[in-house]
Unconditional design. Structure first.
Length: 312
């Protein structure tokens, strides 16, 4: 069988900054991802896709709030699962069409994926991940009282709910994903970092938290024995002194260099930091190589002609 590549599709892949959000836009943007996957299949790769879901979860939560007088509310874990289905379908449809257009019959499947987290993770004591819409002071107080939400104030935009972002520890559907990969299917899994779950046999409620998608993707890539873990982002390469006059592209990095640059503050939390750490997680679990690049250069990067390649 050909080499296995796991691609963590960037959050900008379906909904792009500065463009009005619509279902139609998602279908149109999915064509770019489908085109890349078809090229990789043509080159002999087996492909697993993961993806973000931030804007989609936000929209689902808004719909739930607006419809609360007429339909049951959707807890966050159900919203994550729902958007896994939504985005999985959009990518499946684009891939099916693109594969047919190339005369290929490779099957594509999207799997709702649960990810184990630790009930005692310190993140649950310090929720920091903003989700959903902004509220007025009165709305925020009411939701805090009714649902026991953690709320923080954004001085310029209002109040917002925050939830925990625990560390992922394992993929519940790992063997199902592996079986599909071994059969030659393109698999879409672990969307939005996965639906967080406790292994405590309590089926009365889910876990309302958000897992970093790149961290989960790194673990899944390592557990599947991927030959390459690709993080698809906005930039062709990782840069030092990003957006400064001294900006410098980095075609190659070692784990030690990643550690040093993280300590120096070169890769901030809201930007490249989580992606660099995800690459390091993959390497620390035995992965051979991680690549960070954008969609336009992804195929060339896997052929050694672009992107940032991170090695042990």
């Amino acid at each position: 069988m050909g080499p296995l590549v796991l691609i963590a599709v960037g959050g900008n892949a379906l909904i792009r900054a500065g463009v009005p959000v619509s279902a139609q836009e998602q279908f149109q943007n999915a064509v770019d991802t489908a085109t890349v996957v078809v090229r990789l299949i043509r080159a002999g790769y087996r492909v697993v896709l993961t993806h973000g879901n931030g804007p989609q979860v936000g929209a689902t939560l808004v719909r739930s709030e607006l419809a609360a007088a007429h339909a049951y509310r959707m807890p966050l874990d159900c919203c994550v699962a729902s958007t896994q289905g939504e985005i999985g379908y959009v990518l499946q449809y684009a891939l099916w069409q693109a594969l047919q257009g190339e005369g290929l019959s490779t099957p594509v499947v999207a799997l709702v994926t649960q990810v184990l987290v630790d009930k005692n993770d310190p993140a649950f004591a310090r929720p920091t991940k903003p989700i959903g819409p902004f509220y007025t002071r009165d709305e925020a107080a009411r939701y805090r009282d009714i649902f026991n939400w953690d709320i923080v104030e954004d001085s310029s935009r209002g109040f917002r709910r925050v939830v925990a972002s625990p560390e992922p520890h394992g993929i519940v559907e790992l063997e199902a994903i592996r079986a599909c990969v071994d059969r030659g299917l393109v698999v879409i899994a672990a969307g939005g970092g996965g639906v967080p779950v406790f292994n405590d046999h309590d089926i009365t409620k889910g876990v309302e938290a958000v897992i970093d998608k790149d961290h989960t993707s790194a673990i899944l890539a390592a557990q599947l024995g991927a030959d390459v873990f690709v993080i698809d982002t906005d930039e062709e390469m990782v840069c030092l002194d990003y957006r400064r006059p001294s900006q410098r592209k980095l075609p190659r990095l070692t784990s030690a260099e990643c550690e040093r640059y993280l300590a120096e503050g070169q890769f901030p939390e809201g930007s490249m930091g989580p992606k660099i750490r995800a690459a390091m997680i993959f390497l620390s679990r035995g992965g051979p190589e991680a690549v960070i690049t954008d969609s336009a250069h992804l195929v060339d990067a896997l052929a050694g002609r672009g992107g940032t390649h991170i090695i042990r």
